[in-house]
Each structure stands twice: as structure tokens, then as C-alpha cells.
Design a protein around this ligand. Structure first.
Ligand SMILES: Nc1ncnc2c1ncn2[C@@H]1O[C@H](COP(=O)(O)OP(=O)(O)OP(=O)(O)O)[C@@H](O)[C@H]1O
Ligand SMILES: [Mg+2]
Length: 285
């Protein structure tokens, strides 16, 4: 095939030898199957920022460290330099996350480097050597669905143990390899400790997976893994080998904020009525 512009510099530098075929062009990136020596790999070429909606990503940016105050100011101002830096930060986030998660033993594609804005990584294949299907595209037995769920909950825990939440985890970003699920697509990864929306993002990630796998094993729909792992994480008690039960006791001893608000309003109203009563009595005097 004709070499896509974004991949030419990698060929010129000898990082890859040939582009074999396009794999998929998604919202934010085009993924190609490439050859490097005798290895088949895949290359993720990010689309220009203009084609992506960055406004939606503001939530994700929170708590992510940007190197140097000049960069932070530039991003804040959305200057041309700022947009460029933001774009770089976005791509780097995926690459950094991939290396960090690989090192933590999370099931992700093996990264082979980042060149000219292109991420080169292991091509996940199925048992026949074809590029692996997504979780939403396969039929599973009841036992497989339960195995996959257990495996994926373990991956989410491992990620949380290194302080990261995927943020866009669903059956679209899980590939099914011959020895189980592999998680992909990390540019929106969030720092669990530095983001106000961490808990809800974690719950959404876990619920998406549970809902998909629950189609094959309905009893999964009655589990509370997200709530359970977040409570342990917040208490500093979550470890990669923590055994989860999927059950969660919702804390009913926490203050009922809505109730407190009502009580305050009632008290205020009562005080007002008493005040008006006193004023009326004073007038009559
Ligand atoms: N390492 C990989 N091995 C095999 N296939 C991959 C790999 N990485 C990506 N793909 C394929 O390319 C698709 C797009 O990749 P990815 O999800 O990373 O990019 P994206 O632009 O966010 O796409 P989308 O908008 O569809 O989520 C995946 O759904 C998958 O089918
Ligand atoms: Mg994706």
C-alpha cells in the first residue's frame, strides 16, 4: 500500500520497513499493521487535533502533570504553542501509560517506542494470527465470561494500584487474544489521586465491562466491584493481590446531606416566622 504520510519518517529512519495494511481508523487515530524486520507490529498514528474534540477532554486533563510552568501557562492560554503542547501531552499520556502499565504487569500491548508522534506496539492477534477482535465482537460461554470478568477486574485493580484509571474502558477498548483480554487505548487515562471525577470514572469503566460480560453471565450484573475497589483504594488497602468479593455494603452511617439541607431550611424558616412574630408584637406595643 501507499505509505501514509505520518509513517514515512519511520521508514526513512529504519524504525519500520513496510506498511502492510490499515487496521482501523478511529475517532482519534489510524492504526496500521507494519513490518519491522521479520516482526509484524502495529503503529498508531494520531489524528490532527483539529479533528478531535478537546473540549470534552478537559475533565481528563485535571490532575495530569504538565512539565514546567511555561507549558502549563501555554496550555491554559490555548495559544498556538499551547495547543501544540497540549497535543503532545495527549499523545505522551498514552505512551507513558502504556510503559507504566506494562511494567506493572497489566495486560496491555507491548510498547516498542514512540517515533515522530507514532506509537509502535505489539499487534494483538487471535489464535489464527488475525488481528484480535474486540470484546464486544465475540461470543462467550458462561465460564469464559466469568473468567474474562475476573481477569479484567484484576487488571483494573492493578491499574488503580499504580494510580491510574483508564477512563474510557468498554468492550471497544478490550481485545480478545488467545490467552484472554488485553486492554488498549490510553490517551485519556486519568490520575486516580488527582481528579475529582476519579470515583465516577472508575465506576463507569467497571460498569461498562460488567454490563457487556453480564450478557453472557447475568449474575455479574449484581456485583459491586467498582465500589469495592474504590473504598479499598481510598482506605489505602488496595493491593494487586487483594481478593475482591464483588459485594459492597453501602455506608448508611454517612451524613444524609439532603436531609441536613432540609433541616437547615426548616430552622431558617422557623427563625424567620419567630422574627416576624416578634416584630408584629413590637408594632402592637
Ligand atoms: N495493539 C493492537 N493490536 C491489535 N489491534 C489494535 C491494537 N491497537 C489498536 N487496535 C485496533 O485499532 C482500533 C483503534 O485503536 P484505538 O482504540 O487505540 O484507537 P482510537 O482512535 O481510540 O479508536 P476508537 O475511536 O475506535 O476507540 C482498535 O479498536 C483495535 O481494533
Ligand atoms: Mg478505542
Amino acid at each position: 500500500m501507499k505509505t501514509p504520510t505520518g509513517l514515512q519518517p519511520l521508514i526513512d529512519d529504519g524504525v519500520i520497513d513496510a506498511v502492510l495494511r490499515p487496521l482501523k481508523s478511529g475517532k482519534e487515530a489510524a492504526v496500521y499493521v507494519v513490518r519491522a524486520g521479520d516482526q509484524i507490529r502495529c503503529a498508531k498514528v494520531y489524528k490532527d487535533m483539529a479533528q478531535r474534540s478537546f473540549q470534552q477532554r478537559v475533565q481528563y486533563q485535571e490532575g495530569r502533570k504538565v512539565r514546567g510552568s511555561r507549558e502549563a501557562r501555554a496550555i491554559g492560554k490555548a495559544s498556538k504553542y499551547g495547543r501544540k503542547q497540549q497535543e503532545t501531552a495527549w499523545k505522551n499520556t498514552e505512551v507513558d501509560a502504556l510503559y507504566q502499565l506494562r511494567d506493572a504487569g497489566v495486560r496491555v500491548p507491548e510498547p516498542y517506542g514512540y517515533f515522530h508522534g507514532v506509537l509502535v506496539m505489539q499487534l494483538i492477534v487471535d489464535a489464527d494470527g488475525h488481528s484480535a477482535p474486540r470484546l464486544g465482537e465475540v461470543e462467550l460461554s458462561h465460564a469464559q465470561a466469568c473468567d474474562f470478568h475476573r481477569c479484567l477486574m484484576r487488571q483494573v485493580v492493578n491499574m488503580l494500584c499504580v494510580g491510574l484509571i483508564h477512563g474510557d474502558l468498554s468492550e471497544y477498548n478490550v481485545l480478545v487474544g488467545p490467552d484472554g483480554p488485553v486492554i488498549i487505548d490510553f490517551p485519556q487515562v486519568v490520575s486516580a489521586a488527582g481528579n475529582n471525577a476519579s470515583r465516577s470514572m472508575l465506576l463507569r469503566d467497571v460498569n461498562n465491562l460488567t454490563a457487556s460480560l453480564g450478557a453472557w453471565a447475568p449474575e455479574l450484573l449484581d456485583t459491586w466491584y467498582g465500589e469495592e475497589m474504590w473504598a479499598l483504594y481510598e482506605a489505602g488497602e488496595l493491593h494487586p493481590d487483594t481478593e475482591l468479593t464483588g459485594t459492597f455494603v453501602h455506608d448508611t452511617t454517612k451524613p444524609d446531606l439532603e436531609g441536613v439541607r432540609h433541616a437547615i431550611n426548616d430552622a431558617r424558616e422557623e427563625a424567620l416566622i419567630r422574627q416576624q412574630g416578634r416584630e408584629a408584637a413590637a408594632e402592637m406595643d
